[in-house]
Design a protein around this ligand. Structure first.
Ligand SMILES: C[S@@+](CC[C@H](N)C(=O)[O-])C[C@H]1O[C@@H](n2cnc3c(N)ncnc32)[C@H](O)[C@@H]1O
Length: 450
């Protein structure tokens, strides 16, 4: 692969290209790198940059200078796959690098041109006209695109066969699939009291493979859930490994210990009535997201009887054959008289007490609040999780106080946030536990047409 870098600072690349695997790949003729000084494409006394139109700080690289550079380099090296760098570009990840490499193969492009910018960046029309991809290496701003270009190259070159000695190590790299890489150890067996897991020294290949699969699933689900859930497809063994690691989740809908209206403005602690929609719909959402049980708490005997009658229809009555999916979902519903009874039941089933997460629509900054990105905070304790939903005007403050965590309210970009509890339940389950696959072909930059 021919690699051309058009830069204001060609010297930065000298040690990079002369070192390590990049140098070896060059010596072996797998890659052929060249740098081009962007200043050489400016006419004598011409500046390569100009002030931005409209009021604004900083200078912008001129389009004609890049136009000349692209024409010259492509004239010498052939049509190129052109990559620009910008904090506004698509965020780089392993999947995107792999797709980009594959796309170069599909397009039979053997020439890669990198165009890192400086100052305030390039005139916006340049990227529109030339960029096959605009890449960001993260949500921060560097002084120039040269380090991003080197970071990009280090990642991309690993996909070229023979650049990295063993293809196997690339295939097993972190983020090559839904999981990160497994932990690796070398001699000595004991260091500062830490001992290399015995199984890795056992020579039992099957046991080692199983240990590694379990350990990558554990590490990935607990610490990189956003990556795992973004993965588009899973093998059945990956799916099983994920299900084994995910802590068991439960949900409870509280009809007691909730706030109800005293008059038009004030609320008091009270009890609400059950509704059949909340029974069915939350049961179906809970089943969809793999929650183990859906508890309904009401201390009122007549209300318990109503729930049991409804459940009876779907659990044992005509509903079983009428709609088997509904039967399956409703089969996991249990009526209880208090939250304490729910916690006791879960503790008995699991052998560990659950961590309890309160939910609510109120926007008060509670110190124990967690967001929908804080699964790691909860899951690292390796305990079951109980999500508590309120009815009426929401859970009463005393109950919220007793919970281990409180989830921030669900909100859109509007001032209205009065979801029904069954709608909120579905959104909460999805944001906390749901898959969120990313289309790998959208991991690349979509260009505007002129
Ligand atoms: C000072 S930055 C310009 C930042 C620009 N004003 C902005 O906020 O988007 C100059 C150049 O550095 C490169 N650069 C800076 N941060 C980057 C990042 N996170 N990823 C990729 N390139 C980056 C880009 O080539 C960018 O045009």
């Amino acid at each position: 692969m021919k690699i051309s870098v058009v830069t204001l600072f060609p010297d930065l690349y000298k040690p990079f290209f002369a070192t390590s695997l990049v140098n070896r790949a060059q010596q072996a003729g797998i890659i052929d790198t060249k740098t081009y000084d962007l200043f050489s494409y400016a006419a004598p006394k011409e500046r390569i940059d100009g002030p931005t139109f409209g009021h604004g700080a900083g200078m912008v690289i001129k389009p004609e200078v890049i136009e000349r550079a692209v024409a010259d380099v492509e004239g010498k090296q052939g049509p190129a796959y052109k990559v620009f760098f910008s904090p506004k570009g698509k965020k780089m990840n392993q999947r995107m690098l792999q797709r980009l490499y594959e796309r170069m193969q599909e397009q039979k492009k053997e020439h890669l041109m990198l165009l890192p910018a400086r100052y305030e960046g390039m005139d916006a029309r340049i990227e529109n006209e030339y960029a096959d991809d605009i890449i960001s290496i993260g949500d921060f701003v560097l002084m120039g695109g040269d380090l991003p270009a080197m970071v990009f190259l280090e990642g991309l070159l690993r996909f070229i066969p023979a650049v990295v000695g063993k293809a196997e190590s690339v295939q097993q790299d972190s983020f090559s699939g839904p999981f990160v890489d497994y932990p690796e150890y070398t001699a000595p067996v004991e260091w500062r009291g830490y001992i290399v897991p015995e199984i890795l020294r056992s020579g039992n290949h099957k046991a080692i493979a199983e240990w590694r699969q379990a350990s990558v699933a554990q590490e990935s689900v607990i610490h990189h859930f956003d990556w795992v859930r973004s993965y588009p497809t899973f093998t059945s063994s990956e799916q099983t490994a994920i299900e084994r690691v995910l802590p068991n989740h439960y949900v409870v809908l509280m009809h007691s210990d909730v706030l109800i209206c005293e008059d038009k403005v004030t609320t008091k602690k009270g009890t609400t009535s059950v509704t059949s929609l909340d029974i069915h719909d939350i049961a179906r959402s809970a089943a969809t997201y793999g929650l183990k049980k859906y508890f309904i708490v009401t201390p009122l005997v007549d209300q318990q009887a109503i729930v049991k009658t409804l459940l009876g229809f779907w659990q044992h009555g005509a509903g079983v054959s009428y709609n088997n999916h509904r039967h399956e979902a409703v089969n996991h519903v249990i009526v209880e008289s208090t939250l304490e009874h729910v916690i006791t039941q879960i503790t008995q089933r699991e052998g560990k007490a659950p961590l309890v997460i309160a939910t609510g629509a109120r926007r008060d900054n509670h110190p124990g609040s967690i967001s929908f990105n804080d699964q790691e905070t909860v899951w690292m304790h390796q305990r079951p999780v109980l999500i508590v939903l309120g009815t009426g005007r929401g859970l009463c403050p005393e109950l919220i106080q007793q919970c281990d965590y409180r989830l921030i309210p669900l909100e859109g970009f509007s001032s209205f946030n009065h979801l029904s509890v069954r709608s909120a339940a579905a959104v909460i389950f999805d944001r906390w536990l749901g898959k969120n696959p990313r289309n790998i072909d959208k991991d690349v930059t979509l260009r505007m047409t002129a």
